[in-house]
Design a binder for this molecule. Structure first.
Ligand code: FES
Ligand code: FES
Length: 175
């Protein structure tokens, strides 16, 4: 029997992992968050509660914002994953509109929760470029911020929604 593998597309890059308990393999019990952070060095998604309650580990999986601490890598075969690292233009480093708006509105304090909030925002705007305030609050209901940055977060998102931000193809494809 051949070695089992799991293939994911992470920030547009195909990554195939050998599954198992030997050195270098990905255990079947490993979460997507652990794979991203510990194996691939993609540390924007943060481990905080590690039980699906805070949203700090949010990434986009096949278009939806999901807590990566609650997913097993082994269960993500064929999935398209976008992390915060996948949002900026890979060639120029130019921030995408959501990242730029968060900077413009100082929509963070310590920043620990911010990658998760940005990914939830990105997932929302990919599907609904003109969300109402209620839809924004609903989309962010799983993201907690101990520093109470939400006021500025909502301002940043409202600025995008108010402009009917056009996350053009260039950005929209990156998910
Ligand atoms: S660390 Fe995943 S939801 Fe809190
Ligand atoms: S900015 Fe500190 S936890 Fe949100």
């Amino acid at each position: 029997m051949g070695v089992e593998t799991t293939t994911l597309f992470i920030n547009g890059e195909k990554r195939t992992f050998s599954m198992g308990d030997h050195f270098g393999q990905v255990p079947y019990s490993e979460t997507l968050l652990e794979t991203l952070r510990d194996r691939l060095g993609l540390t924007a998604a943060k481990k905080s509660c590690d039980e699906g309650a805070c949203g700090c580990c949010t990434v986009i999986k096949d278009g939806d914002a999901v807590p990566s601490c609650m997913l097993l890598t082994a269960d993500c075969e064929g999935a398209h994953i976008t992390t915060l690292e996948g949002l900026a233009d890979p060639e120029t480093g130019e921030l995408n509109p959501v990242q730029q708006a968060f900077l413009d509105y100082n929509a963070f304090q310590c920043g620990f929760c911010t990658p998760g909030i940005i990914m939830s925002t990105q997932a929302l705007l990919n599907k609904n470029p003109r969300p109402t305030q209620e839809e924004v609050r609903d989309a962010l209901s799983g993201n907690y911020c101990r520093c109470i940055s939400h006021y500025h977060v909502f301002e940043a998102i409202d600025s995008l929604a108010g402009r009917g931000v056009d996350l053009d193809e260039k950005w929209r494809d990156r998910r």
